[in-house]
Design a binder for this molecule. Structure first.
Ligand code: NAD
Length: 366
């Protein structure tokens, strides 16, 4: 008998609940048995619970080990830098996986793009170790840098610290190679700026080269991040899996999303050694909340990634193909996928999901 999977479902806020509902229905239409545990985190619960992370939501995720998550608005007021970053830290979700694939029917300048960006998720400048000018902590750090690095930092300069560890570099590069191996991909490119940041990025690069020796069947190369940006714009078809530290990954994954049609079509996953959270790359798009307007495709593709993660490879392929078919046909798609964004034939979030469900042979309410 087919196994029932238990998955934590986080609706998120803004347009989150609408795209999460569309995605849940599309996943259910694959026939895979899933018991959803709905849990709220972020700004929707902060007033009631006094924290954006209610303990029952965290323990649900700890128990189920897999979540499908709607976008969460970052700005929660003082004391919280980002709910998304905090969630990644809490569950040690060290790998951020962001495929960028061109689907026929999506407006793009490129014909053939099929990249996977693997971004380190926990350290680098992105970890938010920062010092505000004039504070006692800033003074202490400035003095220490003057002594240790013989560099005077201007008195009006804020300070941000970049850390790159061997531990996190090794596990993210290993993750990228394992992903390449499991998915029949041919090449891994390490992206860095080791010519300038000789210790931090230099460490990342030397660890990457070392890890690559364990995967002789997969080609390994490296690129300096600025050159990588240019190459991706000129000839994205030459690249396959790209692995990089956090901040470059943040920037390059939006660049890659731009190559394949924008944020509305880009899925992502945050994966740790035990727990995986699947989401769209885009945010909560609050200006469209409650309007049944935005494209659920990115989260649906994340749903297909989740099915693969759960060992449901066939259902994953079926869902991805149904999405691709609906988009290629171009009739029942949301406004952002129409050549003219004002096209009155664009459908809503719900109707896009209905079209995907019908493609898989499922029935939808009239
Ligand atoms: P956003 O991605 O929410 O929206 C930017 C614009 O992109 C929207 O106004 C819309 O025009 C377009 N867009 C986004 N998603 C779309 C979709 N599914 N279909 C069609 N068009 C779409 O970015 P933002 O406005 O900068 O961020 C809003 C909030 O979301 C912020 O608080 C931000 O920090 C947060 N955020 C959360 C996550 C996450 O939960 N992982 C990721 C990014 C941003």
């Amino acid at each position: 008998m087919a196994r029932t999977h238990r998955v934590t479902l986080i609706p998120g806020d803004g347009t989150g609940p609408e795209i999460v509902d569309a995605t849940r229905r599309a996943i259910e239409a694959t026939g895979v048995a899933i018991e959803w545990e709905v849990q709220n985190i972020g700004m929707t619960v902060i007033e009631r619970s006094g924290t954006p992370f209610p303990p029952e939501a965290l323990s649900s995720l700890r128990r189920n080990k897999v979540a499908l998550k709607g976008p969460l608005t970052t700005e929660l007021g003082k004391g919280f830098r980002s709910v998304n970053v905090a969630l990644r830290k809490e569950f040690d979700l060290y790998a951020n996986l962001r495929p960028a694939k061109r689907y026929r029917g999506v407006q793009s300048r490129y014909e053939k793009v099929d990249l996977v960006i693997v971004r380190e998720n926990l350290e680098d400048l992105y970890a938010g170790i920062e010092f505000e000018p004039g504070t006692p902590e800033w003074r202490a750090v400035r003095t220490a840098i003057a002594t240790a690095a013989k560099q005077d930092i201007r008195a009006d300069a804020a300070i941000a610290i970049k850390t790159i560890s061997e531990y996190n570099s090794r596990r993210i590069v290993k993750f990228a190679f394992d992903h390449a191996r499991a998915n029949g991909r041919r090449k891994v490119t390490a992206v860095h700026k080791a010519n300038i940041m000789k210790f931090a990025d230099g460490l990342f690069l030397s660890v990457a080269a070392d890890v690559s020796k364990d995967y002789p069947e997969i080609q390994f190369e490296d690129r300096i991040v600025d050159n990588m940006c240019m190459q991706l714009v000129q000839k994205p078809e030459e690249y396959d899996v790209l692995v990089m530290p956090n901040l470059y990954g943040d920037i390059l994954s939006d660049l890659a999303a731009g190559l394949v049609g924008g944020l509305g079509v880009a899925p992502g996953a945050n994966i740790g050694s035990e727990i995986a959270v699947f989401e769209a790359v885009h945010g909560s798009a609050p200006k469209y909340a409650g309007q049944n307007k935005v494209n659920p495709m990115a989260l649906m593709l994340a749903g297909a990634m989740m099915l693969a993660h759960l060992g449901e490879a066939e259902a994953s392929r079926r869902l991805e193909k149904a999405i691709a078919d609906v988009v290629a046909e171009g009739r029942e798609v949301t406004y952002d996928l129409k050549a003219d964004r004002e096209d009155p034939s664009a459908v809503g979030t719900r109707e896009f999901a209905d079209a995907v469900i019908r493609r898989m042979g499922g029935r939808v309410a009239a």
